[in-house]
Design a protein around this ligand. Sequence first.
Ligand SMILES: C[S@@+](CC[C@H](N)C(=O)[O-])C[C@H]1O[C@@H](n2cnc3c(N)ncnc32)[C@H](O)[C@@H]1O
Length: 278
Amino acid sequence: MSYNPEIPRSRYDNYGDREWTRLEKDAHGELLYQVHLDILKRYIKLTDKVLEIGAGSGRYTKDIVAMCSELTVADISSHQIEFNKSKMCELSLIDRIKAYHVIDVLDMSVFEDSSFDCVVCIGGVINYLLDKENDGIQEILRVLKSDGVLIVGAMSFIGASLYYLEGIRYEKDQFGLEATKWIFDTGIQDEEHYPVESKHYVHMMRSTELDALFAQFPVRVQERSSAGLFTQAGDAALENARNDKEFWKLIVEKEIAFTKLQGTLDCGMNIIYVVQKL
Ligand SMILES: C[S@@+](CC[C@H](N)C(=O)[O-])C[C@H]1O[C@@H](n2cnc3c(N)ncnc32)[C@H](O)[C@@H]1O
């Protein structure tokens, strides 16, 4: 199946405020948020011109804007962009955002080459690109300055298969064992091989695929991290952990530390790569 921009656009145009609440409504969301925030803080410099592509409702926009000198916000979904604007108004941050754009990461011709010191593309934009993954990275690197940093986050297939194993077994009865082998072999949930009712067609990735993708470009990988590792403990254990404040503080610290270990890279719900353009 090839990339269809209507899939992410219509999904996120009809998402209501779920994107805003996604990262705070439960313990899993908080783990994702804290791991991403830690990485953003360590790589974004106060003097940076930053592009946040696939910004969604603005959970990270509100943080990134305070970390850099200039922030441009973009997303394929006009609904998400409007939502982001209204949240930044509410938080009195709107004047600090340079511009908003409704654009596809594959065509960012509104920006000149080498416009940004840092591009943030987290939360799974890359998973929707399917056969256009290379084109997406190429376009991001075009707008990034030499030595600039790209922070990219993807849904992790192995992590998702651990967490959603029961769902995969249920879907085996719907789609058959060949489809199940396909999803385990490729991580690709598409119309042809794995026609989920939600039409949420994505390529959930492994770190080996991200390594192979970035090996094709003049970049240096600076950091690899998983995110949502303790999510594998299960919803009940995680919520109990979060209700115990001193324990939760420790778990968040350990989530940030353990997600940097090579052995955990594919086991969280997301994989994050920080790469520098050479
Ligand atoms: C799961 S949300 C993540 C939002 C935010 N970055 C976060 O991590 O919370 C994914 C966002 O990427 C946007 N998106 C998906 N495909 C895109 C594309 N090809 N170009 C630009 N934005 C895209 C969606 O509209 C949505 O707002």
